[in-house]
Structure formats: C-alpha cells, structure tokens
Design a protein around this ligand. Structure first.
Ligand code: SF4
Ligand code: FES
Length: 243
C-alpha cells in the first residue's frame, strides 16, 4: 500500500470564479481512512480554506455526500483503499448549485419536502395527545424501509430526470411521502395525492433506478415511486378508489 494517495478536489467560489478547478492534495493512505478523513487532513494540515460539510462520520447525518470518482457517495463511508493507488476525484454533488468548493445548496429539496407532509396527519388532530396509537410489528415493517432516509441527497444527484427537470419532486421526497402513507397511524394519504400524482410527481419518473443504486441506506426510492404509481392510478382512475 502506498504511503499517500492524491485527492483531486473541486475548488470553486462562484461569486468570484467563473468555473470550478481541481486542486490536488497528497494525503496519508491509511487502511481505516474514509475519503472524509482525507478531506479533514487537507483542512487541518494543508489548506484550511477548503469547504465541505460533515458531522457524524457514521452514515447518519447525511451531510457528507459528494461525488467520488464520478459516483454520488457518503464520503464518511467511502474508503481511500478502495481507490488505491489513486487519484481520487472529489467533487460536489451533481444537480445542485455549488455554494463553495464541495458545499451545495439544497434549498430546492427543503422547499419541496413540506409539500408531501412528511409527518403523521390525523383527521382529528386533537386526539393525538390523548391517545396511544398501537402498531404491530407487521404494520411497522410496512413503512420501516422508507423511514431510513437520512436526506443525504445522493438520490437527487444520481437522478437523470431531476438533472434535466428541476421541478421534479424527486426520489427522497416521494419515498418519505410513502413512509407516511404506509403508516397505519396516518390519515393523510389523500392530502398527499394531489402532490404525488402529478406530472412533476411520480409520473415524471422514468424508472431509471439510479436513485436506488445510489442510496446508502437501502431506502429504494425507485421502488417507492413505482409502488405509488399503482396507488395513484387506482385512486385517480377507478371509481371505487379511496380518496
Ligand atoms: S432516499 Fe436514500 S439517497 Fe435519497 S436522500 Fe434518502 S437516504 Fe439519501
Ligand atoms: S458525516 Fe454524517 S453521514 Fe457522513
């Protein structure tokens, strides 16, 4: 194993530079170092001006997503040894505006997310504080997979539809809508229908499946979207469809 590996890192200050550039840094090659450790080495020892996001270092916070050698990835879960002898190209997530270096703006997602009401909706909200809503293990299993989303945005970076149609609601927002639609305690599915069953909702998805391949948490947003297409079709077209 070599002593060092080269990171080729995007540097970009949109307010003063017209195009991004790649800057190379040699970082120690350690068996237990993730790409994020390499970036932190750069920040601490080589160049304190490099900007990137991270927090938990354990695949939970969802903030360290970047493009590593062309693929969207959590940099805390992507190891330098997998790219030996290098170089490793580290770029910001695709399909998002760059704020600085490896930091992207996710305002678009944050504006879209509330549209699908990603919370438990009850018709009689007054009862929520007074009643215990029991759930069987089977009822939990119905939505648990979709509840694993950490909002890392890798699925949006991987999605070719979102790349050309930024109004597309997108994989994670739809998977999160399904997380609540399938929850036995929720009564808001009919409220989400008007947002999900639209040209910029599930019908924009062409089922490329890149979102599911990119997802580090096994959420399967592509599956959530296809499943909801059946629900949406039934509820929209069939006279007995429940609204
Ligand atoms: S669905 Fe997966 S890839 Fe998309 S934001 Fe959630 S955890 Fe990340
Ligand atoms: S630092 Fe939190 S998911 Fe990578």
């Amino acid at each position: 194993m070599p002593d060092t590996i080269t990171l080729q890192v995007t540097r970009y200050r949109p307010e003063s530079e017209s195009v991004p550039t790649l800057q190379e840094y040699a970082v120690p090659m350690r068996e237990d170092w993730a790409v994020l450790d390499g970036l932190n080495y750069v920040k601490d020892h080589l160049d304190g001006t490099l900007s990137f996001r991270w927090s938990c270092r354990m695949g939970i916070c969802g903030s360290c997503g970047m493009t590593v050698n062309g693929d969207p990835a959590l940099t805390c879960g992507t190891f330098l040894t997998d790219y030996a002898p290098g170089p490793v190209r580290v770029e910001p997530l695709a399909n998002f505006p760059v704020i600085r270096d490896l930091v992207v703006g996710i305002d678009d997602f944050l504006h879209k997310l509330p549209e699908v009401k990603p919370w438990l909706v009850r018709e009689d909200a007054a009862t929520i504080d007074d009643v215990e809503f029991l759930q069987t293990p089977g009822q939990l299993d119905a939505y648990k997979q979709y509840s694993m989303c950490i909002n890392c945005m890798l699925c949006y970076a991987a999605c070719p539809v979102y790349g050309i149609e930024p109004d597309f609601l997108g994989p994670a927002a739809i998977a999160l809508a399904q997380r609540y639609n399938l929850d036995s305690r929720d009564e808001g599915a009919h409220q989400r229908l008007d947002v999900l069953a639209t040209d910029m909702g599930v019908w924009a998805c062409t089922y490329v499946g890149e979102c599911t391949r990119a997802c580090p948490k096994g959420v399967d947003p592509a599956g959530a979207i296809q499943r909801y297409k059946l629900t949406a079709a039934a509820r929209t077209l069939l006279p007995w469809g429940k609204r």
